[in-house]
Ligand binder design. Sequence first.
Ligand code: ADP
Length: 426
Amino acid sequence: MVMTMGQSGHSSGDPGGLVLVLNSGSSSVKFAVLAPASGERVLAGIAEKVTTPEVELRIRRYPDNVITEQLPDGSYQAVISRILGHLADAGLGTAADGASAPGRVHLVGAGHRVVHGGERFTASVLVDDEVIAAIRSSSHLAPLHNPANLAGIEAVRAVRPGLAQVAVFDTAFHQTMPPAAFRYAVPEPWYTQYGVRRYGFHGTSYRFVTERAAALLGRPLTELRLVAAHLGNGCSVAAVRDGASADTTMGLTPLEGLVMGTRSGDVDPGIFGYLAERARLTIDELNDALYTASGLQGLSGVSNDMRTVEGAAAEGNERARLALEVFVHRLAKAIAGMVVGLERLDALVFTGGIGENSALIRSQVLARLGFLGLIEDAEANARNGRDTQGRISLAGPVVAMVVPTDEELMIARDTARLAAAGAHRA
Ligand code: ADP
């Protein structure tokens, strides 16, 4: 989700300087340069087909200058170098030695989204050699993501060696879950030798939206019992007790839990043996089907995109209608289940592309959760809570609300804070 800009895209008089936020994937790099204090964006964009000769960089220089360019070299390093070049062109870069030139805005650090921090990382950290080694040693838990995240970190190091770098983990927030929530009932060595346990994801988003929800409710986060539903292409729900994660629906991998765009969410683990036997499917084929051909896509046969599925259902497509029913049933069931770890529910928070924009899904979920004390305010819900401080429920014991997430801003804030602390120590 991209925040609205401040009045001037190029003002950037933010005394805290700017942060480069990177989400380096195996084939793309998403990036933004923003001011951590205000959330104001200076640059944002995506490089696609990274590591191939056809790499294409699409960059928006705020407020509205969009540039698309082919790069002669597709490496992560070349991409990052070019992004920093654009920053300098905008008159906002720093001198090569990292010192800020007079009249220019200082780049205080680079913040990286890192998917899996295993049990080692319970919060964001300044990157050093040891952290790089630890991220590498967690790569078996996210073989597609962690190596790409590391490639981004190493590329920034090569291009701007003096720049503070911070790793922000999707899993870290959930490290407060108690064993009752994170252990699987499987043989002990699977956990002790192979790390088979529930880790959970979307932690950066949950931190952002629960802080924001507390501010909107005018109550300290440390006294709130919240359930938050992050519903994007990937979907999960988390229980947040007094500011700490108590439970969540994703597990060892981001496949567990809710129905998602193309991912199945929970299935009977007996499916694996059954289909291996009956359909002669290999592990790769099963994995591929559960990650890419299931979820809304698999059920509806129409699309993995909620807007399209909602549209098809409205036109009478039966499979699309069923996909929505399964999505909502499983989501409502998961939300109710999350309350067990909280003992009390103060507010239910919706976020992510679906959570922020689909009045239909929210309405259907709330209709199933009346027994928790949730009553939809239809008018406020139709307006995505825009004029009601996020609130979409009528007065009652529990508040339902919409809180737009901004993971990039959370990463930028962590980066600025840790970079300042690191500079202070040095
Ligand atoms: P990602 O997880 O990749 O960041 P998003 O958070 O942007 O994705 O969420 C994408 C999902 O949000 C898609 O399924 C999309 O259809 C859905 N979405 C966005 N806008 C709407 C809307 N107005 N109504 C229903 N679904 C929407």
